[in-house]
Design a binder for this molecule. Structure first.
Ligand code: PFF
Length: 468
């Protein structure tokens, strides 16, 4: 297989390979597990509209910026900022690596739940939904699932870019699309589908509070894998012949499209179970784990097992292409900067992140003190350690990373260098509307809006101060 990346580090075999792998990074638990419960908690369609606005207006330009930095430097996030004489900006690369550690440490726990649920569905154990609490509290068992998941992730990353990451995405992504579309059409046929869809699609703007705004922004960054250099890293394996702006557009559309479809699938299912009473649904991280097995059970034993198993397999596949990208960020760093072999680096870093994830693993019932921590003044009641890591990484680190990356490309690396790199593989870029749009958003809109929301979120979450 031809490798088009530069500098002997391997690379994606072509543009489609890159798009699938990057879309695989973006599409994950964020779309299918997190997005629906964030929508439910954020009041439905109002959250959806904010999320879509953030994705297209702010995140798309940041994605172009990340991929461009990566392709120009052929480096991991820290190496990339160093190569561009980023000075103090190099700290963003480091923040990215830390975010990768933090996110993967809790993400892998949830991926382990999804995998465990798949095994339960295959056996027709629909009662697991009612036992979600005791399922997650059984840390030996979910820890074992998490260990398997991390091992599969490390194995794929150890095989490199075209032979591991891209190969997995080429199989997993089409499988995921077929499964999710099938489930969506099925959900439409159920009673009360209409009530679920109107909750999801008809906005009630009185639902918008500042919490909803920052959650939608954090979700947009998390879902698109932005702000921590994952796309700097993937961008470093992209060919100079590829068109970055169109690739980024496909990745964004793909990710947003899958999240949107996940909502179209989920809310009719939830409405079916609650008999159309959408006010009664409890969101939160348990949404799909608590609610869906009941839905599957009501479909009868045979259909229930088939649909239930397909759903949780889909969730596991989606999670896998994302855990791979989360692990790739620190692995690329260790391989590039410390000159350690890829296979050793993959297993070593994966082991370390698994260990860092132990408190998250214990925080859904196994340890009472980790399950309800009163450390975030901005959040009512106690938060589980797993969710605490999510708040810190997703809602503050990622938007901060996005803000600084925008400032970096325009003001430090300089607009003309940034534009020149994009022009490679895209000769029509100069003078185009897209060029102006990207320049304006990255110069003014993204830095200002992201800085303001970051500051307000920081004050709100960590100090309980609400200015808006
Ligand atoms: N985008 C992934 C999801 O939605 O599940 C999560 C993720 C992957 C976040 C990679 C950040 C990242 F770098």
């Amino acid at each position: 297989m031809a490798m088009t990346g530069n500098s002997g580090r391997g690379g994606f075999s072509n543009k489609l390979g890159f798009i699938l792998a990057a879309a695989g990074s973006a599409v994950g638990l964020g779309n299918i597990w997190k997005f629906p419960f964030e929508v439910a908690d954020g009041g439905g369609a109002a959250f959806l509209i904010l999320y879509l606005g953030f994705c297209f207006i702010l995140c798309y330009p940041v994605m172009v910026a990340e991929i461009t930095i990566g392709r120009h430097t052929n480096k991991n996030p820290v190496g990339a900022f160093k190569a561009l004489k980023g000075g103090g900006f190099t700290i963003v690369g480091l923040l990215g690596i830390i975010s990768g550690f933090l996110i993967l440490s809790f993400y892998n726990v949830v991926a382990g739940w999804a995998f465990g649920y798949f095994l339960e569905m295959v056996q027709g154990n629909f009662g697991i939904g009612q036992e979600f609490g005791s399922f997650t509290a059984n840390w030996q068992r979910v820890g074992f699932y998490g260990l398997i998941f991390m091992a599969i992730t490390a194995f794929i990353v150890s095989r490199g870019i075209s032979g591991g990451i891209e190969k997995a995405a080429r199989f997993l992504m089409p499988a995921l699309i077929i499964m999710i579309l099938g489930l969506m059409f099925y959900a439409f046929t159920l009673p009360h589908a209409g009530e679920g869809l109107s909750f999801y699609l008809v906005p009630d703007f009185s639902e918008i509070t500042f919490d909803v705004v920052y959650s939608a922004l954090g979700q947009a960054f998390f879902s698109l894998s932005l702000g921590m250099g994952a796309l700097i890293t993937y961008g470093s394996y992209v060919s100079k012949k590829d068109n970055i702006v169109s690739s980024a557009a496909y990745i964004t559309l793909f990710d947003v499209g899958i999240a949107f479809i996940a909502g179209l699938m989920m809310f009719p299912l939830v409405a079916y179970l609650s008999e159309g009473d959408m006010a009664s649904i409890s969101g939160g991280p348990g949404l799909i784990f608590v609610t869906l097995p009941g839905v599957f059970e009501s479909l009868g034993p045979v259909l229930g097992i088939i649909i239930g198993s397909v759903f949780f397999l889909l969730l596991s596949f989606a999670a896998l292409t994302s855990t791979v990208s989360l692990l790739e960020v620190p692995v690329a760093y260790v391989v590039d900067e410390w000159k350690i072999k890829r296979s050793a680096a993959s297993w070593l870093v994966a082991g370390l992140i698994f260990a860092i994830g132990v408190p998250s693993l214990l925080s859904y019932g196994a340890s009472a003190s980790l399950s309800s921590m009163n450390v975030l003044p901005g959040v009512e009641g106690g938060v589980a350690f797993l969710d605490l890591v999510g708040f810190i990484a997703n809602d503050t680190f990622l938007p901060l990373g996005g803000c600084i990356i925008s400032i970096f490309v325009i003001y430090k690396w300089k607009r003309k260098n940034f534009d020149a790199e994009i022009e490679e593989g895209n000769p029509g870029f100069k003078g185009s509307f897209l060029q102006k749009y990207l320049n304006i958003t990255l110069s003014y809109i993204a830095p200002i809006v992201l800085a303001i929301i970051f500051l307000l979120t920081f004050l709100n979450l960590y100090f309980g101060i609400t200015l808006l």
